[in-house]
Design a protein around this ligand. Structure first.
Ligand code: 13P
Length: 344
């Protein structure tokens, strides 16, 4: 067993959790990037995907709001408009480059409707390759589906995904990379906020049990979690206050106090909801660890609608992106107000 460089891991985690900054998730797979591009009627080519990344990563001053960027493999090896490979391009701006390292959530054999994230087999070799080329942190996403009619999630899906998260985290820490563990409880479905709370509690408890079993250094890891919200087909919408209360309750019950930090995914919330909910959580000031945003859609979505793949729209799209960065930075400090959405 390799020793861990615990101090180094803690330092990286604390850089990622720098006050008033978030972690940009720019790690959509080629397939998902294709969906985002199709929404604005842009073809899913390699160069269009690069231009999509460049729109966001090339924002002048990105480092004021973003401590780290999670890249997808293709982007990791591509070059920015300034001809620097993206990991180097980001490092030069004082932004930590990270990589989505899992190989996707696949059908879980024997468990219809459930997913198991794969990618452990050659993980040590893959991690080494990214570390040698500038990655300082990694992300692994597991997907947990709530489907009450079919009694999902099953304990087996929770166990298998949590175990993979624990193993992944240890392997990456041995290579000196900070693991982000992302067990996403999906928003899809008609379930209540109470069901989301119950499920998220069970999932996070299991994840931290596995973290302990696999001897992962907790101050050198980051949890990326869903907020606790009712399903998107449930008309009974919880208020930001209720969502914040439920989310804080779950985190206080399940997350070790000495964790490197906790970041939130947006998961299909609208950009305004994602900001308002983060703000409500931060306003409680009751969590013993740093929190931050780590959104993809809620940061990039509005700018994509303006960009539409056209060079002449880049500037206006970046203004919109910067607005979301500014508002989420305020939300992270509990200083966001909905009226800011409508002021210049
Ligand atoms: P969303 O914020 O769009 O949910 O994406 C975050 C993420 O990293 C998904 O894996």
């Amino acid at each position: 067993m390799k020793n861990l460089d615990k101090k180094y891991l803690e330092q990286t985690a604390s850089c990622l959790m720098a006050k008033d900054k978030g972690i940009l998730a720019a790690d959509e797979s080629n397939e998902t990037a294709g969906k985002r591009l199709a929404d604005i009627e842009v073809a899913n080519t390699q160069e269009n995907r690069r231009l999509y990344r460049e729109l966001f990563l090339g924002l002048p001053g990105l480092e004021k709001y973003i401590s780290g960027v999670i890249l997808f493999d293709e982007t990791f090896w591509q070059k920015s408009d300034s001809d620097a490979p993206y990991p180097q391009f980001l490092s030069e701006k004082n932004i930590l480059p990270g990589i989505k390292i899992d190989l996707g959530a696949k059908d879980f054999p024997g468990f219809p409707g459930e997913k198991l994230t794969v990618g452990l087999d050659d993980l040590p070799e893959r991690v080494k390759k990214y570390a040698e080329n500038g990655a300082t942190f990694v992300k692994w996403r597991a997907v947990i589906i709530i489907d009450e009619k079919n009694n999902l999630p099953t304990p087996q899906a929770i166990e298998a995904n949590a175990d993979a998260l624990g193993r992944y985290a240890r392997i990456c820490q041995e290579a000196g990379l900070v693991p982000i563990l992302e067990p996403e409880v999906l928003l899809n479905g008609p379930h209540s906020i109470a069901k989301a709370e119950e499920t998220t509690t069970i999932v996070l408890k299991k994840v931290f049990e596995k973290v302990q079993e696999h001897k992962v250094h907790v101050p050198g890891l980051i949890l990326k979690t869903s907020m606790v919200i009712q399903g998107d087909e449930n008309p009974d919408e919880a208020s930001p206050e209720e969502i914040a209360e439920a989310t804080v309750r779950v985190l206080l019950q399940t997350v070790p106090k000495n964790i490197g930090g906790v970041v939130f995914l947006s998961g299909g919330q609208t950009p305004i909801e994602a900001s308002a909910h983060l703000d409500a959580i931060a306003e409680k000031r009751s969590l013993p660890f740093e929190i931050a945003f780590s959104y993809a859609r809620a940061l990039q979505g509005p700018a994509m609608q303006i960009w539409k793949g056209k060079p002449e729209n880049v500037e206006a799209a970046r203004i919109e992106f910067k607005k979301r960065l500014q508002l989420n930075t305020l939300a992270d400090a509990g200083d966001y107000d909905i009226s800011l959405e409508y002021s210049d």
